[in-house]
Design a protein around this ligand. Structure first.
Ligand code: PPS
Length: 576
C-alpha cells in the first residue's frame, strides 16, 4: 500500500486503497471480525478518506486527534484540520471493540469497503464538541442537530485500509477521485484552478461571479457541487446536476469543468470553509470562491444568524497561506436591467435600478407555475427546475380524514373520490380504514402501538402516491396526534397535504351507531373502542373541519374540493 503519493498538482495525497492480494486477504480474514454497516454520513466520509479527498487523514480520528481538532482546529501533529471526522457506533457495538481489533466497514448491501484497525474507543461529550466546532449547541443548527440527535454515542478511531470505493451508479462520468482530477488538470494544462462550491442550482448571477473570478485570476474554473449530503430540504442532486449540465455550454469553451463531490456537509460556516479549501486543494485546485455566509446553517428560531456574514471569509483568509489555497471572496451579484448586466451589489451606482430574486421567491414562483425571468436564469435551467417543481395544480396530494368511528369519514371520502375522478388528471387511491385493515394491516389490533403502526403504514403509502403525482384519500380514525403529525411531516415536502377533521360528536356517532359497535363497546364486548374505552386526541392542526351534524356528505366533500382549489391543487381545466 502506498500511503502518500506526491502528485504533480497540489500537495501530498493519501491513498489508502490496498492492492488485490491484500484485499483478498482482508476479505477472507474479515469472517472472524466484527463488522459495521455504515450510515449515509459515514459512507460519504469514508469515500473521501479512502480516495484522498480528506488528505492527510488516514482513518477516522483517534481520541488525541479528535480532542485537538475540537480545541485547536489542528490534528495532534499540528496540521490544520477543522472538522472532526468520526466513526460513531452505538454503545453495545462499541463495547465489543478494543485497541488492535479489526472492524470490517460495509455498505448497506453488505459489501466490505474498508477495514479499520481500532486505536481508541470512547464516549465523547457531544455537546462540548458542538460548542467547539459549531460554536452552538442549538439543535436547529443542522450540523449541531445531526451531531446531537442522529449520531451514535461512542466513537471508534483508527487507521483504514480501503478494499473498494463506494459504488455510484449516477453521473459516473462526472465523478473523479482527487488523483484523477489532478491528472486531468495536468493533461489539460490547467495550472491555476478556481473551485466553486455549491449545494444549490446555479443561476446567471452564479455564472457571472464564477466567470469574473476566473477572468480576474486568469484561471480555469472547477464547478464542484456537493452531491453527498447537504442541508435538509435542499433540492435533490439529480435536478441540480441537470441544471449544471444545462449551464455548462454557456461558459467559454475549454475553461470550465464540472465534477461531483460526495461530501457530507456539516453547515459549519467558518470551520467548514477551511475544510472545503483543504478538500479543494486535494482535488488539485489552487483557489476557492467563498461568498457571504459560506456553508451557513441559516437562521435560528429568533431569526439571528449563527455566524457573521464574513466570518468564513475571515477565518479562511487567516489560514490561506499555510494551506496553499487562495480564498477568492465574492459579493452578491445583482442584475441591472437598464444596462442588461450583472454587477456586485456594492458596485451598483447610486440611484441605479437593480434586480434580484431570493431563494424563497424562486420557490414560490416555481410552486405557483409563474414565469422565471430570463435575466435571472437561462431558459434551459428554468425548464429543469420547472420539471422538478411542478405547479400545485400538477402535484400529488393527500387528504387525510380523521374522526371517530361512525363520524362519516368513509362516506365523505367516497363522495370525494368520485368528485376527484370526475375532475380527472391524476390517479386517485382511497385508503379507507376498513380497506387498509383488510389489505395492509390485517394482523393489527387496536392497542395504541398497533393503531400507530396502522397509521404509519397508511402514511407511507400515501406519501409514495403523493410523491408520484397521485391523490391519496385516507380515512382511518387515527386517534393519536403524534403519528398524525409524523404523516403530515412525511407528506408535506412531497406535495399537498390536508387534514380533514370529521368532527361529528361522540353523542351523534353513538346515536347513529350504524354498525352497532358503540352498543357492543358499551356492553364491554368490544374492548379499546375509540371514544368509549380508548382515547381520541382532538386535532389542533385541522385544515378542513367537517361536522356531519351540519353538512351532508356532498356538502362536506364540496368543502374539501373548495379547500383544494384555494390551495391551488385543483386548477382550471386549462392548467391541468
Ligand atoms: S385506527 O385507530 O385509525 O387504527 O382505526 P381504523 O384503522 O380506522 O379502524 C377503525 C375501524 O375498525 C372498527 N373497529 C374499531 N374501531 C375503534 N376501536 C375499536 N376497538 C375497534 N374495533 C373495530 C370500526 O369499524 C372502525 O371503522 P369506522 O369506519 O371508523 O367505523
Amino acid at each position: 500500500m502506498s500511503d502518500h503519493l506526491i502528485e504533480p498538482h497540489g500537495g501530498e495525497l493519501v491513498d489508502l486503497m490496498v492492492d488485490e492480494a491484500r484485499a483478498k486477504e482482508l476479505k477472507e480474514a474479515s469472517r472472524e471480525w466484527k463488522s459495521w454497516d455504515l450510515t449515509p454520513r459515514q459512507m460519504c466520509d469514508l469515500e473521501l478518506i479512502l480516495n484522498g479527498g480528506f488528505s492527510p487523514l488516514t482513518g477516522f480520528l483517534n481520541k488525541k486527534d479528535y480532542e485537538s481538532v475540537c480545541a485547536d482546529m489542528r490534528l495532534a501533529d499540528g496540521t490544520l484540520w477543522p472538522m472532526p471526522i468520526m466513526l460513531d457506533l452505538p454503545e453495545d457495538r462499541a463495547s465489543e471493540l478494543s485497541s488492535g481489533d479489526k472492524l470490517a466497514l460495509r455498505d448497506p448491501e453488505g459489501t466490505m469497503l474498508a477495514v479499520l484497525t481500532v486505536e481508541d474507543v470512547w464516549t465523547p461529550d457531544r455537546e462540548a464538541e458542538a460548542k467547539s466546532v459549531f460554536n452552538s449547541t442549538d439543535p436547529d443548527h443542522a450540523g449541531v442537530g445531526h451531531l446531537l440527535n442522529n449520531t451514535h454515542p461512542c466513537y471508534v478511531g483508527g487507521r483504514l485500509e480501503g478494499v473498494q470505493l463506494p459504488n455510484h451508479y449516477d453521473y459516473v462520468a462526472l465523478r473523479h477521485t482527487p488523483a484523477r482530477l489532478r491528472r486531468q488538470f495536468a493533461d489539460l494544462g490547467w495550472r491555476k484552478v478556481v473551485a466553486f462550491q455549491t449545494r444549490n442550482p446555479m443561476h446567471r448571477a452564479h455564472q457571472e461571479l464564477t466567470l469574473r473570478a476566473a477572468k480576474e485570476l486568469e484561471a480555469n474554473l472547477l464547478i464542484h457541487p456537493v452531491v453527498g449530503m447537504t442541508k435538509p430540504g435542499d433540492l435533490d442532486h439529480y435536478t441540480r446536476v441537470r441544471c449544471y449540465n444545462a449551464l455548462l455550454p454557456r461558459y467559454p469553451q475549454h475553461t470550465v469543468k464540472l465534477s461531483l463531490l460526495p461530501l457530507s456537509m456539516r453547515m459549519g460556516g467558518p470551520r467548514e470553509a477551511v475544510w472545503h479549501a483543504i478538500i479543494r486543494k486535494n482535488y488539485g485546485c489552487t483557489h476557492l470562491i467563498v461568498g457571504r455566509d459560506h456553508a451557513g446553517p441559516g437562521k435560528d428560531k429568533a431569526g439571528n444568524d449563527y455566524y457573521g456574514p464574513y466570518d468564513a471569509q475571515e477565518l479562511l483568509s487567516k489560514h490561506e497561506e499555510e494551506l496553499g489555497v487562495t480564498m477568492v471572496p465574492f459579493k452578491l451579484m445583482v442584475y441591472l436591467p437598464d444596462q442588461d448586466m450583472y454587477t456586485p451589489i456594492d458596485e451598483v451606482p447610486e440611484g441605479t435600478k437593480s434586480l434580484n430574486i431570493s431563494g424563497t421567491e424562486l420557490r414560490q414562483r416555481l410552486a405557483e407555475g409563474r414565469e422565471i425571468p430570463e435575466w435571472f436564469t437561462y431558459p434551459e435551467v428554468a425548464t429543469e427546475l420547472q420539471r422538478r417543481h411542478k405547479p400545485r395544480s400538477k402535484q400529488g396530494f393527500t387528504v387525510f380524514f380523521t374522526g371517530l368511528s361512525g363520524a362519516g369519514k368513509s362516506t365523505i371520502a367516497n363522495v370525494l373520490l368520485v368528485k376527484l375522478l370526475e375532475i380527472g388528471g391524476r390517479p386517485v387511491t382511497l385508503l379507507d380504514g376498513d380497506i387498509v385493515r383488510t389489505n395492509l394491516s390485517s394482523e393489527l389490533g387496536f392497542s395504541k402501538e398497533h393503531r400507530n403502526l396502522n397509521i404509519a403504514r397508511i402514511g407511507y403509502v400515501a406519501s409514495e402516491i403523493t410523491k408520484n403525482g397521485g391523490i391519496a384519500i385516507c380515512a382511518p380514525i387515527a386517534p393519536y396526534a403524534e403519528v398524525r403529525k409524523q404523516v403530515r411531516d412525511l407528506i408535506e415536502p412531497l406535495g399537498g397535504y390536508a387534514l380533514a377533521f370529521v368532527s361529528t360528536s361522540l353523542e351523534l356517532c353513538e346515536q347513529r351507531d350504524r354498525k352497532g359497535l358503540y352498543a357492543k363497546a358499551r356492553a364491554g364486548i368490544i374492548k379499546e373502542f375509540t371514544g368509549i374505552s380508548d382515547p381520541y386526541e382532538t386535532p389542533t392542526d385541522v385544515d378542513i373541519d367537517l361536522d356531519t351534524a351540519k353538512l351532508t356528505p356532498e356538502e362536506a366533500a364540496q368543502q374539501v374540493i373548495l379547500h383544494l382549489e384555494k390551495e391551488g391543487y385543483i386548477g382550471a381545466k386549462a392548467d391541468r
